[in-house]
Write a protein that binds this ligand. Sequence first.
Ligand code: GZL
Length: 325
Amino acid sequence: MKRKLLGLGLCVAMVMSMFAGCSKDAAETSAGGDKLVVGFAQIGQESGWRDAETASIQFYAGQNLDTIELKFADAQQKQENQIKAIKSFIEMKVDVIGLAPVVETGWDAVFTEAKEAGIPIVLVDRMADVGDDLYSTFIGSDFILEGKNAADEMATLLGGSGKIVELEGTVGASAANDRKTGFDDQIAAQYPDIQILESQTGDFTRSKGKEVMESFLKTYGDEIKGVYAHNDDMMLGAIEAIKEAGFKPGVDIKAVSIDGVKGIFEAMAAGEANVTIECNPLLGPQFFDACAKLKAGEKVDKWIKSDEGIYRQDTAATDLPTRKY
Ligand code: GZL
């Protein structure tokens, strides 16, 4: 409900956040004394993971008000709103533009406008299908590896054989495309006795994940021995559907998903989920460090990869208090 209220109203809500405080690295990298002005076009509020990423970015800016000015846009999961926000950042002549592209394609024109305006682009947590010359760096995970790891964990849970279903992320999103590729290719290559009965998008949301799992259960019932979800939020919805259908999630139907949000650790501690592949959303510090370097004309790696772990049911209760998102 809270999310819905926050999400109502303007498609692109521009927020100028001005806070007090200053951190050493940000101050160092804005040596000119002038502020680092950054525009960030966020996807929306579709998942707990996304909210954690937004909080990380806004918190870091808030801790470095003397050296950072953040202009933040919430695109309500619409590409046209992200494009509108990028155009407004170009108008405002910000130093750097950051975004998590909601889908991989359709960015060439607006990224070219940014390039022609001399404003570097930093891709955060999702990739865009553009030439290397149109963005400075990608800060995020190896989604193909995440999918591969999920397949290996599912195979271990099933003892190498069984029928499963797959809940995909947002259609066209790099995180969904690559988590599907990594998982499906690993299953096909290594686990011939595991069959994916059906795979459908749940758009990375809990409600849609529940809805799609309900339809899978209506169609396949107790044939389903496992579910792979491209994020934990969809898995939490699927767990509700599994229980309402009279099955035990984590026992009758094994549950493997990606993100590592607190909710899935609670589900694993309750025995209702089995594995989560961590995908770190706390990218604020790395994002602003890259922005400050780009403003100072310093080189930045083309891919700043997040290091992540695999968390299982047997340690979930002890892991839970240590989780930061
Ligand atoms: C991953 C990110 C994905 C998360 C989802 O980097 O893009 O989007 O896995 C989120 O929870 O909606």
